[in-house]
Ligand binder design. Sequence first.
Ligand code: NI
Length: 221
Amino acid sequence: MLYRRAIRGHIVAMAILKIARMGHPILRRRAEDVADPSAPEIRALADDMLETMLDAPGTGLAATQVHVPLRLVIFRVPLTEAEDMAGDEPPLTVLINPVLEPLDDGMEEAWEGCLSLPGLRGLVPRHSHLRYRGVDLAGAPIDRTVEGFHARVVQHECDHLDGILYPQRMTDLTGLIFESEMRHRIADARAAEQALVDRALVEQAMKELAAEAAAEKAAGA
Ligand code: NI
């Protein structure tokens, strides 16, 4: 699908690209460094990837997912807690030739999806704290220290550049499910949480009864 959009007085054709799905060999190969990040064709690629990601819709997209074996990813995540709280549209990051550096051994699990595995969700462990570097479309350096969801998205997208899909990061494949069945996992999680609350209430009640009994015994003695 092609359509046209005016940018700075020019009419530019933008394209929604075909997204490779798990099993296509492009998703298994290591992508090459981008030689000139500020080249017009790299900007055109990033523009098309943005259109593709917004159409899908998705949070991030790697060039390999649109059949281009170059080390370029895009994603939209809040950059600060204030931005997150404000709930505004998160800014777009175009990250070229990324280098990732986990900052400690801390890992956390959360649900991920991927446009190359439509309809699926997986519970994936990722490094909690991450420093990442690279350059943007102007060739200017990007150097960020991030955590949580932001760190997760960057790890997911940059894995694509090394031919890795999120199921390969999973340690327990019972956590790989269809999105349509997520409600069962949510119900299970709620029930487990309620069981913990119930147990705590019972323990508290038992303690109080024991304390009362001890007090009565002391008073009676
Ligand atoms: Ni993905």
